[in-house]
Design a protein around this ligand. Sequence first.
Ligand code: ATP
Length: 338
Amino acid sequence: MVRGLRKAYGERVVVDDVDLDVAAGEVVGLIGANGAGKTTTVECVQGLRRPDAGTVRVLGLDPVRHADRVRRWVGSQLQDSALPDRLRVHEAVELFATGRARPAGELLDQFGLAERRRSAFASLSGGERQRLFLVLALLNRPRLVILDELTQGLDPAARRGVWSAVRQLRDEGTTVLLVTHELDEAEALCDRVVAMRRGRVLDAGPPARLVDRHAGWARVQFGWPPGDRGDASGIGDAGEAGELVRAMRALPGVRDVSVHGDQVRVHGDRPVIAHVGAELVRRGRIPADLRVELPDLEAALLRLLRDDDTSTTAPTATSATPAYHAGPFTAELIGAQQ
Ligand code: ATP
């Protein structure tokens, strides 16, 4: 539990009045812009930094005053420089293990390090180091695990392995607080995410709720059979096809209808998916290639950051008119930011 957390480095306030709740057994992700204060926040939670103001409680304890007790129950990823170069993998595990430790062999196996157990830390690849830090974080059956960029530098298979380990932790009732820039990771793992920027929380909630709130649109695309095209100059000009485009434009929630070759694209609010489908069925036109594109958490975060920009730099601009152009949603939003 974090209330009114404030932390400055010198004169610079980098965490400003942050509240954060992580319930037992929950997986919560801190996401946001670079330099938003995510790592500083989790360092305060770990007791590694002393807050300038506010209250932090971890498992009911003040992590600065009760550092030893908190450390016993919190598993954290180490920094890259934290282990001596010549320490072997199995020695690191033995060094960190307490009486509560999980069987080391099992964990090393789970994270693909069994064959590297006799290797010195310095000889491990970046991904292997990352996995060793995860093994050490999970070793002593912590009640809270804090992971900062947990899959940075991992190849796709290792990344999936780490994801399934986090899911297993959740299934076992362990609480997880993670910092990530990988928004597919946040979407896949987190019960809730907290979006931060410039030391403040912009919004928080389940990933799907954030997507609904900040990127509540959809794009429906379908092909119009060539034989049915209005005339040679394009689908939208005349005849049944032209009439269809006009009808699509009139549907509730539709913001734009565009035609690209024989493809019709309808952009609008989420209910547009149902309205377009219903209209096509009503007309007895059921395209086999109908596709729906929905924005993801990345699109929602980009929108959230852009709206924050807008509200701090140009108060008259409105966030109610998303930019719709051809191309993937993310590219649209990045483009719109420039
Ligand atoms: P990123 O996503 O880039 O890792 P973050 O959200 O984790 O960023 P922090 O690492 O908490 O952000 O940093 C917040 C701000 O505080 C940044 O501007 C950073 O440069 C600054 N900062 C972090 N640590 C220190 C320090 N020890 N001394 C001075 N400034 C620091």
